[in-house]
Design a protein around this ligand. Structure first.
Ligand code: ADP
Length: 266
């Protein structure tokens, strides 16, 4: 009888311990769920703040900068005094820099909140043609020879944002390349994806900066050449949204760099 009592007592003790453990586990799970919910709402809030920040940049900062541009351009047309013209040109240059920076910061902030983008079948070759066409003026200012070696269609899963990657590669190749330089564009079949390469004849990127330049605001000191340090960070974000990769290597043919990005074939 005493033995039975002891066994019942031990079982009861065991069950009550288990019960307590289960209660503790349940409590821990509830706490974790609450923390996750709080984290999700904080994330949502921070994404909304980023959207708001991007909107403020676009609407409230870009508009007054646009007004400054309009009046400065008008004054540049009618002003004849050399000294005043120099001041106006300086205002115009600084304002252009301001507008570029605001636009790039707004796109980066907006892109940073995107988890995914819609992709559809597009020909990378047509996108590159459009980019070259839209940059004719910058190309002729630098008297550069841009050659796109196209050997057929390159169907890829793409969003219109892809254009921005090539705009960035080409404008950097022009900005950091020499006058009268050559810029070659190739699309290489890399199995599942297309590898798009922009080859320039600039000073190249030292090895220790090859990864860093794709981070926000990271620039290699380039003397008088001004920039925001955001272009490649934007390009990286867009390539990642396409599930691709990007990077830079030295130009195997001599001076300069090869900026490349891969995009999945469609
Ligand atoms: P930005 O040109 O506005 O500074 P980017 O993010 O486009 O910003 O580029 C980051 C840095 O990478 C540049 O400041 C420059 O130092 C370097 N860079 C980019 N493209 C080239 C290039 N084609 N040749 C040499 N340096 C480059």
């Amino acid at each position: 009888m005493a033995q039975l009592f002891i066994i019942v007592f031990i079982v009861a003790l065991f069950l009550s311990r288990r019960n307590n453990l289960l209660k503790q586990e349940l409590l821990q799970r509830k706490n974790m769920e609450q923390r996750l919910q709080q984290y999700a709402s904080e994330l949502k809030h921070s994404n909304e703040m980023k959207d708001l920040f991007a909107d403020i940049l676009r609407h409230d900062l870009l508009n007054p900068a646009g007004v400054i541009r309009g009046y400065t351009e008008h004054l540049l047309e009618i002003e004849t005094d050399i000294k005043k013209l120099q001041y106006l040109q300086s205002i115009s240059r600084s304002n252009k820099k301001l507008i570029d920076l605001i636009e790039e910061a707004a796109s980066f902030t907006k892109l940073d909140t995107l988890g995914s983008i819609p992709l559809e079948k597009k020909d990378i070759g047509c996108i590159i043609d459009n980019v070259i066409e839209s940059m004719r003026m910058q190309i002729s200012e630098k008297n550069a020879k841009v050659s796109f070696f196209r050997s057929g269609p390159y169907p890829a899963n793409a969003n219109n944002l892809m254009e921005q990657v090539f705009v960035n590669f080409l404008s950097n190749a022009l900005k950091y390349g020499p006058l009268n330089g050559n810029i070659d564009i190739n699309v290489i079949d890399a199995g599942d994806s297309w590898k798009v390469c922009f080859v320039d004849e600039g000073d190249g990127i030292p090895d220790e900066f090859k990864e860093a330049i794709f981070e926000r605001f990271r620039r290699v000191e380039k003397g008088a050449i001004k920039g925001s340090g955001l272009g490649l960070a934007i390009a990286k974000k867009i390539v990642e949204l396409h599930s691709g990769q990007l990077g830079v290597t030295d130009n195997p043919m001599g001076k300069g760099s090869v900026f490349w990005a891969t995009f999945l074939k469609a």
